[in-house]
Design a protein around this ligand. Structure first.
Ligand SMILES: Nc1ncnc2c1ncn2[C@@H]1O[C@H](COP(=O)(O)OP(=O)(O)O)[C@@H](O)[C@H]1O
Ligand SMILES: [Mg+2]
Length: 278
């Protein structure tokens, strides 16, 4: 996975030809959520995420990040409004738009080895064993776990378990990867490494990624766009493009543009939280 070069979102040496805008992958149309107990988790949200974009949802606990992601995934229904996937109503397109969800907990089957854990979605889909095994081996290589197929999850570090979880998400060849604070439980060094590897996967697999985090640094490092959210009530307050000519590697983390964006997001979150209190 680390053999590929790091991404540069804008190549400074090449004038940018005007690109036709990519088609929408996800459209959230005035979707809001009130839970059955009366909690207003999310005010109406309007949001378009285009094919191939890497978008983060950033905000404090309780601002509705998970709620929005679960609505996109179809795990919960909006109370009002609707969602489209690849220009079709999400409820219709659900079956044929490959979409994967990666949670904070790796949620691996402890009694099954890494290979079988990653193969699970293919087994459930009825993919023939030989074909499934080949795909599992390919994906384990992609996430740097090719030597660990026979190992049980408990023998792996937290970071490696999360790689297994990502591999299981990617084995179905999704177009859209939804990630809910996937690296939140990991130490910072491991998290930074997985962030970098995720960018490689995003680029290689031409994924559309929606990534939930409450870390400003992680959002700046990863995203082309950051959707800033605030709590009480949960809502979207800003939509910020992270544009840089720098390659997103460790040097980027200590660069002036990185600091600039981190400060901008910090100020935005602070202002939004002040608004909530008043
Ligand atoms: N199943 C649920 N039933 C009732 N309230 C919920 C449920 N899930 C989340 N909430 C509430 O909705 C709000 C948004 O939650 P959530 O989407 O989990 O926020 P975040 O992921 O940003 O921390 C919070 O006030 C939370 O307590
Ligand atoms: Mg959450």
């Amino acid at each position: 996975m680390s053999s590929t070069s790091r991404i540069t979102l804008i190549n400074p040496d090449r004038p940018r030809a005007p690109q036709p805008a990519a088609l929408p992958a996800i459209e959230v149309l005035s979707a809001e959520k009130i839970y059955p107990n009366g909690t207003r988790a999310l005010l109406p949200v309007d949001l378009t995420i285009r094919q191939g974009e890497f978008v983060s949802l950033l905000g404090p606990s309780g601002c509705g990040k998970s709620t929005l992601l679960k609505m996109i995934a179809g795990l919960i229904e909006p109370s009002d409004g609707k969602l489209m996937l690849f220009r079709r109503d999400r409820r219709e397109s659900q079956r044929d738009v490959p979409l994967s969800f990666v949670f904070q907990e790796a949620t691996l089957m402890p009694w099954s080895n890494v290979h079988k854990n990653v193969r699970l979605p293919l087994d459930l889909a009825g993919v023939l064993r030989a074909e499934a095994d080949t795909r599992v081996r390919e994906i384990l290589e992609l996430v740097g776990l090719e030597k660990f197929g026979h190992v049980l999850p408990r023998e792996l570090s937290g970071g490696m378990q999360m790689r297994v979880s990502i591999a299981r998400g990617l084995v179905t060849r999704p177009k859209v990867l939804l990630m809910d604070e996937p690296f939140g439980a990991l130490d910072e060094i491991t998290r930074n490494k997985l962030d970098s590897d995720l960018l490689d996967l995003w680029q290689e697999q031409k994924l559309t990624v929606v990534f939930v985090t409450h870390s400003i640094q992680e959002a700046v490092f990863l995203s082309q766009r950051v959707i800033m959210m605030a709590a009480r009530p949960g809502r979207v307050v800003d939509d910020i493009r992270i544009e840089t000519t720098l390659t997103r590697d460790d040097d980027f983390r200590v660069s002036q543009p990185f600091t600039h964006y981190a400060q901008q997001l910090q100020r935005g979150l602070f202002a939004a939280s002040q608004e909530s209190k008043s």
